[in-house]
Design a protein around this ligand. Structure first.
Ligand code: TAP
Length: 488
């Protein structure tokens, strides 16, 4: 049994009280590793260490070019570790190896280099208030920041957010999700060889209800970047009120993928299928879980989706041929199954899928794995719970519409506003509707087209506090200070 350790003050260590949490391989249902079950004492150590590193190390005082170079070295080390880190991540949260090793980690390394470069572009403004005054702004790090990370994409989120926070000059404390901490804890080994002062990064694994809650209310932490469910985001807002923390919340979604009759329907079907099913079994905040289709091509398009969904190879995420892996956790597996039942009982008609576990995979070694078939419901009703609630699994609803207005009305009829897809051959319609969609990202004739140079953030209940990515990404980790000098 592998055990992964916390990383505090430059040391790899177990929880002070010695507790461990089991980590289950979702493809087999076996406990494959243990991670520290930390408590508030471990968090106190981490906050103390982060504060000391922020105040006393050279991180904030070295030239920007040096800070950027150190972060680029980290990016190089991450890239060189893609094989072993990707395998740990795949065992831990079930994302196919092809994705963790060949897409997520190399992509994260590129993003880290971009963010490191931004450290050299931090500039303030001069403001012409009046001839007898000189006013300018400087951007300063917040200080000690916390990153709370979900289980669906731990490593890329950690690498991107930690790099941005460090590039801005902060010291950080990271709390991964208890079900998928192994990859991040293992990645801290890279710091042993890097020129990043001990204490600038701590990783404390543990329960959300213990470590997460303590982070939210801790007065020694100035900012939290939280990625996770809207429900937990609300709780963090409440608990963070004490010292009026700066919060960046990246939350859930129920994103519409809208297909017009004038689109290239083959491409749209491939995009809609990849938007919800592959490779991560719908466990993406931006999953296109509501597929809205113009009525005149609805039956045709639903049939194309049925065929595509049926052709996805569900199975062992370590197998390079696998198209879609398991659900990452036992709790989420149960939740997805209950939504499949709910869809049926609410009256949506099951187009394809719905089977789970051993009924989906042929290998006996996987019979206790958390597998769910790509599942599609057809319904006209956007008010069903399966049409409204984030399922976070490979389950989509296909809903017909008759006009642009009706498409927009259905698309925006959700508390969320994270992302939206538009498939059309009409460029005027594409621009017109992109402006009318309540979403932080709109993708036209493509989907999940995330890029580190393009800002990303949620509208409505999908997020608040700013945007990640893009040329101003570091500003999320900094406070502006204004200085005004009277020259008279
Ligand atoms: P959550 O249950 O909200 O958990 C996310 C993180 O918050 C985990 O580290 C969790 O720790 C921690 N947490 C739980 N309770 C907490 C508390 N009371 N105080 C502070 N932290 C607490 O979400 P999840 O189920 O892991 O992830 C799925 C959700 O994340 C979906 O809604 C998805 O849309 C969203 N998501 C959003 C994005 C963006 S960019 N918008 C990206 C990825 C995922 P434990 O698990 O250890 O309890």
């Amino acid at each position: 049994m592998q055990q992964f350790l916390n990383y505090i003050a430059g040391e790899h260590r177990p929880a002070r009280a010695g507790g461990w949490l089991d980590s289950v391989n979702p493809a087999t249902g076996d406990v494959w590793a243990q991670v520290p079950d930390s408590d508030v004492d471990d968090l106190e150590d981490a906050v103390r260490s982060a504060r000391a590193a922020y105040d006393d190390s050279d991180w904030r005082t070295v030239p920007m070019a040096v800070r950027a170079a150190r972060l680029r070295s980290w990016a190089d080390a991450v890239e060189a570790s893609a094989d072993w880190l990707g395998e740990i991540e795949t065992r831990d949260n079930g994302r196919p190896l092809n994705e963790t090793q060949h897409t997520q980690i190399p992509g994260a390394a590129m993003q880290m280099r971009y963010l490191a470069g931004l450290a050299e572009t931090i500039v303030g403004d001069t403001i012409d208030v009046r001839p007898s005054a000189f006013a300018y702004t400087v951007w300063e790090p917040v200080g000690v920041c916390a990153l709370i990370i979900p289980w669906n994409g731990p490593l890329p989120l950690f690498f991107a957010k930690a790099t941005a926070a460090l590039a801005a000059g902060n010291a950080i404390i990271v709390k991964p999700a208890q079900q998928a901490s192994a990859g991040i804890l293992a990645a801290t080994r890279l710091f042993d060889e890097l020129d990043i002062p001990p204490g600038m990064v701590q990783v404390v694994s543990g329960r959300g209800s213990t470590v997460g809650d303590a982070i939210s209310s801790h007065r020694g932490i100035g900012k939290i970047s939280f990625t996770g469910s809207t429900e937990t985001g609300r709780r963090i807002i409440d608990r963070a009120a004490g010292n009026v923390k700066n919060l960046l919340l990246e939350l859930g979604g129920k994103s519409p993928n809208i297909v017009f009759a004038d689109a290239d329907l083959d491409r749209a079907a491939a995009g809609a299928s990849a938007g919800i099913f592959t490779p991560n079994a719908g466990q993406a905040c931006v999953a296109g879980s509501r597929i809205l289709v113009e009525e005149s091509v609805y039956d045709d398009f639903v049939e194309r989706l049925r065929v595509r969904a049926g052709g996805i190879q569900v199975g062992d995420p370590l197998d390079p041929g696998t198209g879609m892996g398991p659900i990452a956790t036992a709790g989420q597996f149960k939740a997805v199954q209950s939504y499949v039942e709910l869809g049926r009982s609410e009256g949506a008609s099951l187009v394809t899928g719905g089977r789970v576990g051993a009924d989906v995979v042929s290998s006996t070694s996987l019979e206790h794995g958390y597998f769910v078939e790509p599942t599609l419901f057809a319904t006209r009703d956007n008010s069903l719970r399966v049409s409204q609630e984030e399922i976070f699994g490979p389950v989509a609803v296909a809903i017909p519409f008759r006009s642009e207005d009706e498409a927009i009305m259905i698309a925006n009829d959700t508390p969320y506003g994270l992302a939206a897809g538009l498939w059309t051959g009409d460029v005027g319609r594409a621009h017109r509707l992109a402006r009318r969609l309540d979403a932080g990202s709109v993708w036209v004739n493509t989907y999940k087209a995330l890029h580190w140079a393009v800002p990303f953030g949620g509208h409505k209940e999908s997020g608040t506090g700013g945007t990640a990515n893009g040329p101003t990404a570091l500003r999320e980790w900094m406070d502006a200070k204004s200085v005004v000098l009277d020259l008279s």
